[in-house]
Each structure stands twice: as structure tokens, then as C-alpha cells.
Ligand binder design. Structure first.
Ligand SMILES: [Zn+2]
Length: 337
């Protein structure tokens, strides 16, 4: 996929395109950022752009990009280009030193068919320590004609010697609209399913895809009812009842996963409410299907309340991740909102 087709990360894809255009791409790059936001795709797109046989100029605002169709682009997309080497974790979630040594033994030669040899290392944090050490010399003095691109969601796990030898690009989370777009375009989801899943995704396409087993419509109703039942400054008794009905609506087998989803949905609704209260355009809402209900709620959550409620939901999520009971978390939150 060419750089211009990457969803989101426009600043970074522009930066890469410019560097490739000028021939000033740093030979050692570290793409750091949450998992599932597209770091690997950008790495592959960069490999295509540097090796494309018919590069495109000034495409969609990018000075230089791959065509996406030539023999080289096609081979890179299929993972069979001799000069674009992708290292990915094995089924034990690790990249072994033997594999790295084998790749490094090939970087001593000029690229065979490409302009640049590109070594892509996915989830570089899974490189064994010995494998990282064996890479060091190459990262320090990259062989001529070779570029290394490492991707990771947890750069802190890499040896500091590896980190310090790479130029780091920070990838942020995608907006809900970008996640929805990716789900429809690249993963065949319907507009409706995508729009429902996106607010739960925490800005990660990967996370959105992992939600496909959840009854998102049902969980969204639970989140909405929780906000509605606590909106009118209800007394403690009715707040606790609201919590009870949330817990009763969760699937018994996946209670924790379901409640976490309800909390994330409530958080994204509160963010929308804050946006509405600050006069933002309705088109920026993460939950466009709920605009009417959210506008009604916005009056009750005026002033600081939406922001404070958002903070409470965030703390409830943290408590849930630390294994607090679902009932306790739901009740605590219902009282705080
Ligand atoms: Zn091409």
C-alpha cells in the first residue's frame, strides 16, 4: 500500500515521503506507538516507496510515493522481494538470534534488485537480548544501501543501546473516524458495524478488530442508560440500581471484557458530550449515531461535569484492569458520575 493510502499519521507519512524524495531517509528508524495503529503498514509503504520502479510525484499532497502496481511494489506487498526483508516474531512471540544473523549475513552485499535493501523488524521488542546485541553494530554503522525500520508498541523494552542508535518516529492513536474508515476499507466491515466499534477501539484498528465477538449495540445501550440514569443528580439508591442493571446486562462468561467495553463506550460518549458543550461541529463526534441522545445529556453534563465524569470512568477502567470486582467498579462509578 502506498504512503498516500495510509489512514491517519499524515504528518509522519509526509515526513517519510520528503526524506525518500531527497534521498535523506535515516538508515535506522524506530516506529514507536500503540499496537494496531498502522506502524507496520507505514514501514512497508516506505519500503515500496524507496524501491518503486515507477514512483509517483505529488500524489495526494505527498512529494514522492510508490505506484503500488509495478513489479517491485507487488513483490514487496506479497513479501517476496529479495531486498525487502521482514522479520516478525515466531509463534513463541520472539525473534531469535539465528534469524537475525541470517539476515545480517545478507546485508553485506549490495541490494540485488532494489535501490535500497530494507530490513523491517516487527514488534522489535520481541528480539532476544542476544539478537538485539547482534544488531547493534549494524545499527551503528548501517551497511551502505541498507535501511533498518523497527516497529514497537513498547520501546522501553528495547535495549537502550538499540534505542539510542535509531531515529524515533512517534505514532499516535487514530481518531474514531479513521478507525471506522479502516474497518470498512480494509476489513470489509459494514459502515454501521464500523461506526459502532470505532469508539471502543481506543484509536487502534487492531483493538477494534478484537471486539468483533462483542454485542456492541447491547453494550452501548448499557453505557447510554448508565449516563441517563445518573444524569439528573439521582440519589445514591437509584445510582446503585443503575449499576446493578448494568452488571445484569453483561454476558456472564465475559463479564469483565463486557464491562470494560461499556466503560470505554461511556468514556467516548462523555468526550462527545464535552465536544457538544464546547460548541464543536457534530461531525467530529465519535458516536454520530447517538447525536440526539448525547445532545439531551449534554445539558445535564454541562460545566466541569463531563470532564470529571470522564476522569471517573478512566479510574474505573484502571481498577477493572487491576482485577477489582465488576459489581464494585460499576457501583463506585455510578456514585461518582
Ligand atoms: Zn511501484
Amino acid at each position: 500500500m502506498p504512503l498516500r493510502d495510509i489512514i491517519g499519521h499524515r504528518r509522519l507519512t509526509t515526513l517519510m515521503s520528503r526524506a525518500i524524495d531527497r534521498g535523506s531517509l535515516p538508515p535506522t528508524l524506530l516506529f514507536a506507538g500503540p499496537s494496531g495503529v498502522g506502524k507496520w503498514r507505514v514501514a512497508q509503504a516506505a519500503a515500496q516507496a524507496v524501491n518503486c520502479l515507477e514512483p509517483v510525484r505529488d500524489a495526494d499532497g505527498l512529494p514522492f510515493d510508490a505506484c503500488g502496481r509495478c513489479r517491485s511494489c507487488d513483490r514487496i506487498a506479497r513479501g517476496v522481494h529479495v531486498d525487502v526483508i521482514a522479520l516478525e516474531p515466531d509463534d513463541r512471540a520472539s525473534i531469535k538470534i539465528d534469524v537475525v544473523r541470517d539476515v545480517l549475513s545478507r546485508t553485506g552485499y549490495r541490494p540485488f534488485e532494489g535501490k535500497l535493501r530494507v530490513v523491517l523488524i516487527r514488534e522489535a521488542d520481541t528480539l532476544e537480548t542476544a539478537a538485539q546485541n547482534s544488531l547493534l553494530k549494524n545499527l551503528e554503522e548501517p551497511p551502505p544501501g541498507t535501511v533498518f525500520i523497527l516497529t514497537t508498541a513498547v520501546p522501553g523494552v528495547l535495549l537502550s543501546t538499540v534505542r539510542s542508535r535509531c531515529m524515533r518516529l512517534r505514532f499516535g492513536r487514530l481518531t474514531a473516524a479513521e478507525v471506522a474508515l479502516a474497518l470498512v476499507r480494509d476489513h470489509g466491515q459494514s459502515e454501521r458495524d464500523a461506526t459502532e466499534a470505532a469508539p471502543l477501539s481506543d484509536g487502534s484498528i487492531g483493538q477494534a478488530l478484537s471486539l468483533s465477538d462483542l454485542d456492541i449495540g447491547g453494550l452501548r445501550d448499557l453505557a447510554m442508560r448508565l449516563l441517563q440514569q445518573t444524569a439528573g443528580r439521582a440519589d445514591t439508591q437509584s445510582r446503585l440500581q443503575a449499576a446493578t442493571s448494568v452488571v445484569a446486562g453483561l454476558s456472564k462468561k465475559e463479564e469483565r471484557t463486557d464491562l470494560a467495553a461499556v466503560l470505554r463506550l461511556a468514556a467516548s460518549m462523555l468526550r462527545d458530550i464535552e465536544a457538544l458543550n464546547s460548541g464543536a461541529d457534530q461531525r467530529v463526534l465519535a458516536n454520530p449515531l447517538l447525536t440526539d441522545d448525547l445532545s439531551t445529556l449534554a445539558r445535564s453534563f454541562a460545566g466541569d461535569r463531563a470532564r470529571l465524569a470522564f476522569g471517573a470512568v478512566d479510574r474505573a477502567l484502571t481498577a477493572l484492569e487491576r482485577n477489582a470486582g465488576t459489581k464494585v467498579v460499576a457501583e463506585w462509578l455510578a456514585v461518582q458520575l
